[in-house]
Ligand binder design. Structure first.
Ligand code: ZN
Length: 381
C-alpha cells in the first residue's frame, strides 16, 4: 500500500473510533458545505472568519477548477457525481423541449449515480439541505421549500444532524449567488451576504462538533460581469439558418450544414465579445449537436423573455471557473495545496473518507492522498 493510502486508511480508522468494530465506516462522517456562486477570488478577498479558520486548520486548495458550463445544475451534478457533464448528461439547468414546449429538467436525468445514491447503497445515512442536484438523499429538505435564507438553511441542517444522524450531510447556501446576480461580486451587499453565510456556517459547525467529522467547503462557480448584450453575435448570425439557444454567458447554435457551422465558428471567434467557440468534437464539449459560443468577461447573450442578469456565470473566465476548496477535520494536518485540482475530485474524496471505493463513473482523484497525519495520530492508530 502506498504511503498516502496508509495515511488515508489511518485517518479513516481514527474517524471510526468508538463504534462497532464490525462496521468501522459507520462512524466516519462528512459534512459537505457548498457556498453557491463564490469564486476563489471573492472568497479570498472577503476574508470570512469561519472559512479562514477551516483553511488554517485543514487542507486549503488554491487552484480548484469547476466544470464547464459553469451553471449551477451541471456544476452541482458534477460535484455530486464526480463526473463531467459529457458523462452524466446534465449540461443545462433546464430547457424547453422544442416539439412539446414542455420544460425539461435534465437534473433528474443524470446518467450516473449521485454520491447520495452510492453511499445509500452501502448502508450509509445521507441527508441534504440543498437543491435537487443530489439525487437519492434519504433525508432531504429542498431549496424550493426553504428558499435562500441562510438562517433557515442552518436551522434545517442542525435539525437533520440531530434527528437523523447522517454519516453524510450536504448543506448548500445559495444566498451569495442570489445577491451577486443583482449587485455583483464586488458590492458591499455581496460581501455582507458572504459574511452572513460564513457566520451561519460557524453556527452550524458549533452544533455538530464531533471529532469524527470531516468538513468540506466548496463552491460550484463564481460570477463574471454580464452587463453588455453581445449584439455583434446577433448581427453575425442574422440571416444564417442557425438555431440559437442562449444561456447568458454562452450560447449554443447549430445549422443543418456542418460546413456552415464551421464557417460561422471561424467568424464568431474574431469577435472581441467571444472568448472561445467550443466545437462538438472538442474535449470540453458536452453538447454533441451544438457549437458553444463562450463570451468574454463583461458580455452576455439573451433571447426574448430570458431572465436578464448584469452578473452571471456559465462562461470560462477565471472568475467563473476558479472556486475555493477546503477539507478540514481533527485528523487532517493543515497545509496548502497549490496543484491543480477539480470539483470532480470531491465525490471520490468523500467516498474514500467514508471507506467506500469510488465507482468508475467518478473521474476525479482522491484528494486526501495529500493528507498528512500528525505524528501522535499515526502513533495512536
Ligand atoms: Zn450556482
Amino acid at each position: 500500500m502506498s504511503d498516502w493510502k496508509t495515511l488515508v486508511t489511518t485517518c479513516s480508522g481514527l474517524l471510526s473510533a468508538g463504534t462497532e468494530p464490525s462496521s468501522p465506516s459507520r462512524s466516519s462522517k462528512v459534512v459537505h458545505i457548498i457556498i453557491d456562486g463564490i469564486s476563489q477570488e471573492f472568497f479570498m478577498h472577503t476574508r470570512m472568519r469561519t472559512c479562514r479558520r477551516l483553511m488554517r486548520e485543514g487542507i486549503s486548495f488554491s487552484d480548484c477548477t469547476t466544470i464547464w458550463p459553469s451553471l449551477t445544475g451541471p456544476a452541482h451534478t458534477a460535484i455530486n457525481s464526480g463526473s463531467p457533464p459529457a458523462v452524466n448528461g446534465v449540461n443545462r439547468n433546464f430547457f424547453i423541449s422544442e416539439g412539446s414546449r414542455h420544460v425539461v429538467n435534465p437534473l433528474k436525468e443524470s446518467r450516473v449515480e449521485s454520491i447520495a445514491e452510492i453511499l445509500g447503497s452501502h448502508g450509509l445515512r445521507t441527508a441534504g439541505i440543498c437543491g435537487q442536484m443530489n439525487r437519492g438523499l434519504q433525508y432531504y429538505v429542498s431549496e424550493a421549500y426553504l428558499g435562500h435564507h441562510a438562517e433557515h438553511i442552518t436551522r434545517a441542517a442542525i435539525d437533520a444532524w440531530n434527528r437523523y444522524s447522517p454519516q453524510y450531510l450536504q448543506v448548500v447556501y445559495f444566498a451569495v449567488d442570489t445577491i451577486q446576480h443583482a449587485f455583483g461580486p464586488h458590492s458591499s451587499e455581496a460581501a455582507e451576504t458572504a459574511h452572513w453565510v460564513d457566520e451561519q456556517i460557524g453556527l452550524l459547525l458549533d452544533q455538530i462538533q464531533d471529532e469524527h467529522v470531516v468538513v468540506l467547503i466548496s463552491a460550484d462557480h463564481g460570477q463574471a460581469s454580464a452587463a453588455v448584450h453581445a449584439e455583434e453575435i446577433d448581427s453575425l448570425l442574422a440571416g444564417s439558418s442557425a438555431v440559437i439557444e442562449s444561456h447568458g454567458r454562452f450560447l449554443l447554435y447549430h445549422t443543418d450544414s456542418p460546413t456552415v457551422d464551421q464557417e460561422l465558428a471561424g467568424r464568431l471567434e474574431q469577435l472581441s465579445c467571444v472568448q472561445q467557440v467550443i466545437k462538438p468534437s472538442d474535449a470540453i464539449s458536452c453538447f454533441p449537436d451544438d457549437y458553444a459560443v463562450v463570451l468574454t468577461d463583461g458580455y452576455s447573450h439573451y433571447q426574448q423573455n430570458d431572465v436578464y442578469y448584469r452578473w452571471n456565470h456559465g462562461g470560462l473566465s477565471n472568475l467563473e471557473m476558479q472556486v475555493p476548496l477546503i477539507i478540514s477535520g481533527s485528523c487532517i494536518t493543515p497545509h496548502v495545496v497549490s496543484d491543480a485540482v477539480s470539483v470532480l475530485d470531491i465525490a471520490p474524496t468523500i467516498c474514500e473518507l467514508l471507506h467506500i471505493t469510488p465507482p468508475e463513473t467518478m473521474q476525479g482523484q482522491i484528494l486526501t492522498n495529500r493528507t498528512e497525519l500528525p505524528e501522535e495520530h499515526v502513533a495512536r492508530s
